[in-house]
Design a protein around this ligand. Structure first.
Ligand SMILES: [Zn+2]
Length: 282
């Protein structure tokens, strides 16, 4: 793999990236940490706490003032390096809220950074100034309940809400399909020029891309309803039918997304649950 780990890459004036060395079935080549600004910088999604990555970030910052360390959400591939960076630079952690997850959910313990602790939480539409320009929080719950995108000029840092390589995992109980769909619709109504996601290439046709993602989820929903109109099924039964030739590493995530759809459909009165079996509402 010849991905440019631990190297500063300038993407456009005022926007640069350092790729963390944490490739996986969920992170593509790894987490992309962005530096916003020139004379002064903000760090978006500092990433996993790998010393090689933190050192590369400090070298990229090069002693410039750091206006803020900002996380889109608190999955472990996004926020843990915030502490090391805050310690090394004296900058404040500003942005998404901490999550207090109750025990439920197979990914709850595994995936969340329980030690994340922001000095200031930004709510939707709030901003901070970085190098003379605002960075504005765009609340986009769905992938997680605390997810924020950040707008800077006409670029949007889309975190895991919209990614350039794969559809987003929406895993209950914290992940919520109805919220995710509403957050996609919110982005569709904006006019950002480019998305810089935490994983995968930049999205240069955002409105069209987001319309495609909305269409994909609506198709998936239709497919689940069709499968349940044939017969009651459990989640593994739905996954086996709806995701042929699925990478075995992604079966659990696909089951989570199916559950997220089912919970949404249940709230809308379209499906019913009996123990492990789901069926179309009568
Ligand atoms: Zn995530």
């Amino acid at each position: 793999m010849d991905a440019p780990y631990a190297k500063l890459e300038t993407l456009e004036p005022g926007i640069a990236r350092v790729l963390a060395h944490n490739p996986s079935a969920f992170t593509y080549y790894g987490t992309q940490t962005y530096l916003l600004g020139e004379r002064e910088v903000a760090v978006v999604d500092p990433g996993p706490n790998l010393s090689e990555h933190v050192d590369a970030l400090l070298e990229a910052i090069g002693g410039r003032p750091v206006a803020a360390i900002m996380c889109t959400h608190t999955h472990r591939d996004h926020s843990p390096a915030s502490r090391a960076l805050a310690k090394a630079t004296g900058a404040l952690i500003v942005g998404c809220a901490a999550l207090s997850l109750e025990a439920a959910g197979p990914r709850a313990d595994e995936a969340f950074d329980a030690d994340y602790s922001p000095v200031r939480v930004l709510s939707d539409g709030e901003d901070i100034t970085v190098d003379g320009r605002p960075v504005t929080a765009v609340a986009t719950p769905g992938h997680t309940s605390n997810h924020l995108c950040y707008a800077y000029g006409d670029a949007l840092f889309s975190g895991d809400h919209v990614m350039g390589w794969s559809t987003t995992v929406v895993f209950p109980p914290d992940g919520d399909m109805a919220a995710y769909m509403a957050s996609l619709e919110k982005l569709r109504q904006r006019s950002d020029r480019t998305y810089y996601p935490a994983h995968g290439p930049a999205v240069t046709n955002p409105q069209q891309y987001v319309r495609g993602l909305i269409g994909h989820r609506l198709q998936r929903e239709k497919q689940i309803l069709r499968l349940l109109s044939e017969a009651p099924r459990d989640i593994p039964g739905i996954v086996a039918n709806a995701y042929p030739r699925l990478d075995p590493r992604l079966v659990t995530a696909a089951g989570g997304s199916v559950l997220a759809h089912l919970l949404d459909l249940e709230r809308r009165g379209l499906v019913e649950r009996n123990e492990q079996q789901w069926s179309k509402a009568a």
